[in-house]
Design a protein around this ligand. Structure first.
Ligand code: APR
Ligand code: PHB
Length: 390
């Protein structure tokens, strides 16, 4: 087998790159370790920056997003019983975010790829990358009990944090930066209308809580829990009780409970691997970096990486220029680090840190008070939340 770009991983990053390349007439094959059903069963975040919405349109998958996506002009921050709305649209000069689940983005991209008849090998086993430091890279894998070999010009490592792409790079060529937070988020999905029309991020003595949504009839809630907590130990009732304790009364009173469709605990981590390019291997999305979910940046960073990487491939094939490929890592990392900073900052503002004391709590209070009273401070948050320019 031979292709121009071998894409490892059929998450949002890999699928979006595949779709953009296919529409530009650049041949590509996606290799995915899991089944399509498994990929579609993962519940993840879903707040899209305008840049990502535009990119999905460019990829030809903006139709359902336009119909079903919820455009949000703002969100609220709560501190104990105080509730403060940030008007994103006003503060950012007209920008908004769109609430549309990552699962839906993935579904749209899978369907679009099927419609174009482009190949995705699901349940590809033992994916291994070879010779990406030279002119003729190769990917080997096993499918339906057969060993296969894929020759290509380039490899795009879009296989997430636990993938094989980053792990294939010699340790001496890679520098990593990491922060692990001493808590996780317990999330619950329920078929009830959301407690508020917009997202509410809450800092409470008992810990962080978030009211989010997937649609007008489906809510997504989170509470901060200590590391090591087990999801089996949290009944739906216990979850909702804890959630309501952490929200201002007016929001808590509007929470509608029901049986959970899904409940899981996610750890919080900040991670960056540098550089994002090694010869003919390019990393994108979670394969290269992780942010804690607090700023809703994970999916959006995958999209901005793909924006830069797609432009670079197009320049290479169409214009015969390697400038985009050569500049990819520096360009992507400059944006990644700003999103890392914002996600880290929001995480620090809103969570209860077990090892910290009254001083840190007062600093959080002062930060919140500053946001409420300073337009400059609120503008800085809004500008980052809606997404820095590509
Ligand atoms: N071979 C082939 N595929 C692999 C391998 C492997 N060795 N390892 C992992 N994969 C696949 C995973 O099964 C997954 O489907 O790569 C895909 C990576 O997808 P994601 O983890 O979703 O990562 P990405 O596409 O970068 O998406 C960005 O945004 O909201 C955030 O973290 C969230 O996943 C989200 C991310
Ligand atoms: C979600 O809806 O799952 C969600 C929303 C905003 C975040 C994180 C997660 O910051």
């Amino acid at each position: 087998m031979r292709t121009q770009v071998a894409i490892i991983g059929a998450g949002p990053a890999g699928l979006l790159l595949g779709q953009l390349l296919s529409r530009a007439g650049i041949d590509n094959v996606i290799l995915e370790r899991r089944s399509a059903d498994y990929v579609l069963s993962r519940i993840r975040a879903g707040v899209l920056e305008q840049g990502m919405v535009d990119l999905l349109h460019e990829a030809g998958v903006g139709g359902r997003l336009d119909h079903e996506g919820l455009v949000h002009d703002g969100f609220s921050l709560a501190f104990n019983d105080a509730l403060h709305r940030l008007d994103l649209k006003k503060l950012s000069g007209g920008k908004t975010v769109t609430v549309y689940g990552q699962t839906e983005v993935t579904r749209d991209l899978i369907e679009a790829r099927q419609a174009l008849g482009r190949p995705t090998v699901y349940e590809a086993e033992n994916v291994a990358l070879h010779h990406f430091d030279g002119p003729a890279p190769r990917v080997t894998f096993r499918t339906n009990g057969q060993e296969k070999e894929l020759h290509c010009d380039f490899i795009a490592g879009c296989d997430g944090y636990h993938g094989i792409a980053r792990a294939s790079v010699p340790a001496r060529s890679l520098q990593t930066f990491e922060r692990v937070y001493p808590f996780g988020w317990l999330g619950l999905l329920v078929d009830k209308p959301p407690a508020a029309h917009e997202l509410v991020y809450a800092n409470h003595e008992r810990g962080f809580a978030l009211c989010s949504m997937r649609s007008a009839g489906r809510s997504r809630y989170y509470v901060q829990v200590p590391l090591g907590e087990k999801v089996e130990d949290w009944s739906d009732d216990a979850f909702f009780d804890e959630l309501r304790r952490r929200l201002p009364a007016e929001v808590a009173g509007a929470v509608q409970t029901g049986p959970s469709l899904e409940k899981s605990i996610a750890p919080l981590r900040s991670f960056v691997a540098e550089p994002m390019r090694f010869g003919r291997l390019f990393l994108a999305g979670d394969a290269a970096h992780i942010v804690p979910p607090t700023g809703a940046k994970g999916l959006n960073l995958a999209a901005s990486d793909i924006r830069y990487l797609f432009d670079a491939f197009r320049e290479h094939y169409r214009d015969g220029s390697n400038a985009g490929l050569d500049g990819y890592s520096a360009r992507a990392l400059a944006r990644v680090w700003k999103a890392e900073r914002f996600s880290w900052w929001m995480t620090n503002l809103l969570h209860r840190f077990p090892e910290r004391d009254g001083f840190d709590r007062r600093i959080q209070e002062a930060e919140f008070d500053y946001l409420v009273h300073s337009r400059a401070a609120a503008t800085a948050v809004a500008e980052n939340y809606v997404g820095l320019p590509y």
